[in-house]
Design a protein around this ligand. Sequence first.
Ligand code: PBG
Length: 332
Amino acid sequence: MKPTIAPYPLTRFRRARQSPAIRGLVRENNLTVDDLIWPVFVRDGEGIEEPVPSMPGVVRRSVDLIEKAAIEAQALGIPAICIFPYTDPSLKTEDCAEAWNPDNLSNRAIRAIKNAAPDIAVMTDVALDPYNINGHDGYVVDGQIVNDQTVEALVKMTLAQADAGADIIGPSDMMDGRVGEMRKALEGAGHQNVMILSYAAKYASAFYGPFRDAVGASGALTGDKKTYQMDPANSDEALRLIERDLTEGADMVMIKPGMPYLDICRRVKDTFGAPTYAYQVSGEYAMIQAAANNGWIDGEKVMLESLMAFKRAGCDGVLTYFAPRVAQLLQG
Ligand code: PBG
């Protein structure tokens, strides 16, 4: 872009900000309900809605109440819901077999939602951490997270989710080569239309803390995830990972966390032009919500501004715990 040397009247930028109507005319980005994917936590039982202490306003729901929430989300026009299971500690094992149990919590929730709210797309999480005795996303052998053996397990998990009716598979494990193997398996099983939204650039972030409480993984986790999740210092590496996952068959890609990584979102969108999503993660949500609950910020305005930032950075959509509240605001 050439620097503009304009005569004085043209430098009156405030002309374009003079009223809501004019501001609307020149607005470059918009936040709509189509941009939202709503992550929800599911737990065992019936009629249960239990608050997650580190995420004020967020609850874990039993399957029947997830079903109800999905019906409401569908009515609000939210296009997709993403399921995360709070798995009973007694089901966590070294071989993580619960992960591909066709009747595990997550797969029961998928079926219930597809049955009750068929127009909302159901996204899943593929990683072993809810089922792993040591809280890691992959198998741990002699203190190492082993890649290829984990990928085999992730493929079984993927097929169980697709069989249950999942529309979008979300590998969040950061193992190498999993997208290609998952795509091959889905094709082989007649699930050609099941999409893969790859958590392609997922950083080893402290912003996931509240989520690990929500799914009951904090207590289990030994060590950190730095040998598979990305170093927050890197940016070129994110582009190489995104390219790799798109080549292996991902339909959409994700950057995670969101707000601290908007520079990555912009680079990814500019480089590939593929459907690009950001995850406004649990720690981002908790920070905004905590400050709002203390009366230190206007929670509603900060929520909308934080989500608009993703659009401005080039994202096609955002996974956000705020989804129903945003949808309500945008509708009203
Ligand atoms: C697990 C997973 C995590 C999140 C989504 N899937 C946590 C982690 O990698 O430890 C984080 C979501 C959030 O913080 O909101 N594979």
